[in-house]
Design a protein around this ligand. Structure first.
Ligand SMILES: [Zn+2]
Ligand SMILES: [Zn+2]
Length: 163
């Protein structure tokens, strides 16, 4: 919370070259299945939350932008490729999973369902394993060193020493 009790959210890309801070209430949270959102995210659908009514600051770096149509731009980290924004004349939305704490930003509507991929609804019913569930088939996991930016702001990134 800020001094005047406005909520504060932080987040950024995977590599940490781009970081943002949002002060104020978030707007509608959604997923979009449209083909443009699939391509822009390299994924089955794109979860976004509107920051139209809040104050957004880029606290480190800024996204590179691709104009995906005459109506919108898509922002992403030029260093690591993480999708970060959807920007149109009526405001900006941020990729929900780019927030440091995305668990509290639950989508409330699906858009673009005419393009929904046929297996998406079945994913929740697939067999499920935790990351370390079969470490023998991926032994590198046991000694994994993450180079991903942590889920909080940092004074310096990357750290000076990296193994
Ligand atoms: Zn990055
Ligand atoms: Zn879309």
């Amino acid at each position: 919370m800020s001094l005047d009790n406005r909520p504060i959210y932080t987040g950024g890309c995977q590599c940490g070259a781009v970081r943002f801070r949002v002060e104020g209430a978030l707007g509608d949270a959604s997923v979009c299945h449209c083909r443009m959102c699939q391509k822009a995210s390299g994924n089955f659908y794109l979860p976004l939350v509107s920051v139209r009514g809040a104050t957004l600051d880029w606290t480190r770096g800024e996204p590179k932008r691709f104009r995906s149509s005459n109506a919108a731009w898509r922002g992403f980290c030029a260093e690591c490729g993480t999708p970060l924004t959807f920007e149109a004349s009526d405001g900006m939305a941020l990729a929900i999973a780019a927030f440091d704490d995305p668990a509290g930003i639950a989508p409330t509507i699906q858009w673009g369902v005419e393009a929904k991929l046929p297996y998406v609804d079945g994913i929740a019913n697939l067999p499920s394993e935790e990351t370390m569930g079969d470490v023998s088939s991926a032994p590198y996991l046991a000694e994994l060193v993450s180079y991903q930016h942590p889920d909080h702001d940092t004074d310096q990134w990357p750290p000076e020493e990296r193994p």
